[in-house]
Design a protein around this ligand. Structure first.
Ligand code: GDP
Ligand code: IMO
Ligand code: MG
Length: 424
């Protein structure tokens, strides 16, 4: 009768989708609680690759209930596209197994235009957003002028709300960003067809989760992005616009925080980041190239090459603190095979002082990583299904991570497939 949260501990793309898919059979309901279609979660099972942006990764399992909580922002057109693609791949999605909160804020066409126009106007200083309208949508939520999914059920109200929003947005679009204005009918025309498809899925998500718990069931909460992209605790301003930390699962789905008894942090065996912002262990050499090529480090959402670097224990330590992690999963360990030496950043050197936690955001770009080098291993790991089948050097690497975080490594992923997982 408890809940487990799965969170990324770095800057996203840690392999959360794969781990949620692997864990889903042990849970009755899987819930997304923040972010939007800036997320791209990849699941590979039975030789099929599924890409999920808004729909919880648990959906791939037949007869698993999935919920999208109030903390998410949803682009109706993109949602329908994702749903149609999954259905075409044979995934069952009906109002029976997918439930979407009426309180979710809609990503409107003007949010996307504003996101992209703002990024272009920032030039060199841009955040490197996904351009999906995530930031502007959360801005409207906080400003109390957002459009919520529940508004789709009352067309007159919806019309009034969009008309009011367009008044302000069109000033911004035309005066500040030199973009053409958006009309009411044009905007409605873009969202209404998708809205028709969405309405049957609208539900009271806290009640669905309560009912699951009442029957003695278990709930799994699937985080998006990563701890260091959190709007409050990440490397601000190079962050996303939601709370990505574990506590966001409570506010973002409408459940009590004490339900969240297990917090599983997902970390790659190295580090990656998409978009701009400080990245102390970033590698510009052949090691970075090895990680990008062997790890196929190209964004699921935008296709951008991901920046790659060594594993950063300062970042892991910070995530342990911010999320209250109870256990960790290390993914993509197989990608390190073939490197003669692997390094872990154990601390930062800040103006001659050794620090164990990240400094203030504006100082992070100037720190120097303190590395511990360890022998690498040549053997491929993708067939390993137990720790004993890993080379000694890989086991030592995992042991050192456990020591640095003070947490057990419960899962080790050695390939993108569901089966390519070691359970410790
Ligand atoms: P998420 O956003 O955290 O769900 O992660 P993504 O799906 O965006 O990125 C992780 C990528 O790595 C996906 O392409 C996965 O299929 C792949 N992947 C996950 N785990 C492993 C692993 O252990 N080894 C390898 N080689 N690939 C993996
Ligand atoms: P998943 O769930 C990696 C990054 C963007 C950009 C910053 C802000 O797949 O791990 P946004 O569009 O959110 O305003 O962009 O956040 N970003 C991600 N990076 N994985 C993600 O999601 C991301 N979602 C957003 O690249 O730097
Ligand atoms: Mg991703």
């Amino acid at each position: 009768m408890s809940g487990m949260v799965v969170v990324g501990v770095q800057w996203g793309d840690e392999g959360k989708g794969k781990i949620v898919d692997m864990l889903a059979p042990d849970f009755d309901v899987v819930v997304r609680f923040q972010g939007g279609n800036n997320a791209g979660h990849t699941v590979r099972a039975g030789g099929v690759k599924y890409v999920l942006s808004l729909i919880p990764s648990g959906i791939v399992h037949p007869n698993k209930k999935c919920c999208i909580g109030n903390g998410v922002v949803l682009d109706p057109e993109e949602f329908c596209r994702e749903m149609d693609t999954l259905i075409a791949q044979g995934v069952r999605i009906t109002p029976d197994n997918l439930h979407i909160s009426r309180k979710i804020h809609l990503i409107m066409p003007y949010h996307k235009t504003l996101d992209q126009a703002r990024e272009s106007s920032l030039g060199e200083d841009k955040i490197g957003t996904t351009g999906r309208g995530i930031g502007p949508c959360y801005e409207d939520k906080a400003a109390r002028i957002g459009i919520r999914l529940g508004d789709l059920e009352d067309r007159d109200l919806l019309r009034d709300k969009i008309r009011a929003a367009l008044k302000e947005k069109n000033v911004l679009l035309t005066q500040l960003y030199r973009q053409p204005p958006l009309g009411l009918e044009e905007t409605l025309g873009k969202i209404l067809p998708a809205a028709e498809q969405l309405c049957p899925f609208l539900a009271d998500v806290p009640e669905i989760i309560r009912q699951c718990w009442q029957k003695g069931g278990q709930a799994l909460f699937e985080g998006a992005q990563g701890t260091h992209l959190d709007i409050d605790h990440g490397t601000y301003p190079f962050v996303t616009s939601s709370n990505t930390v574990a506590s966001g699962a409570a506010t973002g789905s409408g459940i009590a925080p004490w339900r969240l008894t297990k917090i599983l942090g997902i970390s790659k065996a190295y580090s990656t980041r998409v978009g701009a912002g400080p990245f102390p262990t970033e590698l510009m050499d052949e090691n970075g190239q090895h990680l990008r090529e062997q790890g196929a480090e190209f964004g699921t959402v935008t296709g951008r090459p991901r920046r790659c670097g060594w594993l950063d224990a300062v970042i892991l330590r910070n995530s342990t603190r911010l999320n209250g992690l109870t256990e960790i999963a290390i993914t993509k360990l197989d990608v390190l095979s073939g490197l003669p030496e692997v390094k872990i950043c154990t601390a930062y050197n800040q103006r001659g002082e050794k620090i164990l936690y990240p400094p203030e955001e504006h100082d992070l770009a100037a720190v120097e990583p303190v590395y511990v080098g360890m022998p690498g291993w040549a053997e491929p790991l993708s067939e390993a299904r137990s720790l004993g089948e890993l080379p000694g050097a890989a086991r030592d690497y995992l042991k050192y991570i456990e020591e640095l975080c003070g947490l057990p490594v419960k899962f080790v992923s050695v390939g993108p497939d569901r089966e390519q997982t070691i359970i410790n």
